[in-house]
Design a protein around this ligand. Structure first.
Ligand code: SF4
Ligand code: MG
Length: 314
């Protein structure tokens, strides 16, 4: 039997920077899962770009030894898009919080799904704007109040899986920050998927969110019966087997939508929906076949005679 030797270890994706997240924060689990996924896929660090928005999760690229970009609040998707269009050969991963992705960046989140570039978006979903002291974010349930909120939320919550389905994401999953191995598998699958992948991650914030704690997710208040269960351990099948069949596409979307609204006492994690369809890059390559051999950034740097263009325009 052939022996497969991993070319990279998790250490290759770590930096020496001091990490100032609060002790026990779920962000550590997500950071480890991203690094584990990259190491398992053996993607060279210099072929990866991690883009973050603003929030506690915004510091993630500082702690990952790849290229990184810490962009404006809610602008993860435009930055991810620009980088991927300039060099489609790179592995581009967006990271951001629930406020960043589904609140301030909601319009960009929707456009990112419709576009279906080959990118991965990992959202650290802790129900609060943690960096600014725990105000209600778009994912907190109506009527709920964390210790950081003066009153209960009076607005409806966004369902990230449902929003991603409606927007056109072609790989949609939900993970749990403290099940690092499972989450790493989801992130790796999202990276391997050709198209826009969302991994919404249920993330604990022990400093501001006293509702959705490790104990709550893992059912410590009910004899250790976890509120989380894995879709792959059921007969749920997220894959659209025939993407050219509109009836199957609709049926699978409806199935994923129903699953995403499952009762909060029994929360599914895993892959909700997956479909293989042409990406934005595929359409671009039809228009500009030279992109099949070189990324745009290299084509743009090639010397060329632009005199005929001036002649045509004069
Ligand atoms: Fe983590 Fe919450 Fe602390 Fe931010 S405030 S680092 S999300 S525990
Ligand atoms: Mg948040």
């Amino acid at each position: 039997m052939a022996t497969v030797t991993a070319k990279y270890s998790i250490r290759d994706y770590k930096t020496d920077l001091h990490n100032d997240w609060c002790p026990g924060c779920g962000d550590f689990g997500i950071l480890n899962a991203i690094q584990m996924a990259l190491a398992n896929l053996a993607i060279p660090p210099h072929r990866v770009v991690v883009v973050s928005g603003i929030g506690c999760s915004g510091k993630t690229p500082h702690y990952i030894n790849t290229y990184g970009f810490h962009t404006l609040h809610g602008r993860v998707m435009p930055s991810v898009t620009g980088i991927k269009l300039a060099n489609h050969e790179l592995t581009v991963i967006g990271v951001g919080g629930d406020g960043d992705a589904y609140g301030i960046g909601a319009g960009h989140f929707v456009s990112g799904g419709r576009r279906n570039l080959d990118i991965t978006y990992v959202v650290f979903n802790n129900d609060v704007y943690a960096l600014t002291k725990g105000q209600a974010s778009p994912t907190i349930e109506k009527g709920k109040k964390t210790k950081s909120m003066p009153e209960e939320s009076i607005m409806e919550a966004i369902n990230p899986v449902a929003l991603a389905l409606a927007s056109g994401y072609t790989f949609i999953a939900r993970g749990y920050a403290l099940d690092v191995k499972h989450l790493a598998g989801l992130i790796a699958s999202g990276i391997q998927h050709r198209g826009s992948a969302l991994i919404d991650v249920l993330q604990t914030c022990p400093t501001y969110n006293d509702l959705h704690t490790k104990g709550w997710y893992e059912g410590q208040d009910r004899g250790g019966e976890s509120r989380l269960y894995k879709l792959e351990e059921t007969d749920y099948d997220p894959l659209v087997h025939d993407p050219s069949n509109p009836e199957e596409v609709k049926r699978k979307r409806a199935q994923a939508l129903l699953k995403s609204y499952e009762d909060s006492d029994r929360i599914p994690i895993g892959v909700f929906y997956r479909i293989e369809v042409p990406t934005y890059e595929d359409y671009l390559m039809r228009k500009l076949p030279a992109l099949e051999n070189k990324p745009l950034v290299e084509l743009a740097l090639e010397p060329r005679d632009i005199a005929p263009l001036f002649e045509e325009l004069s």
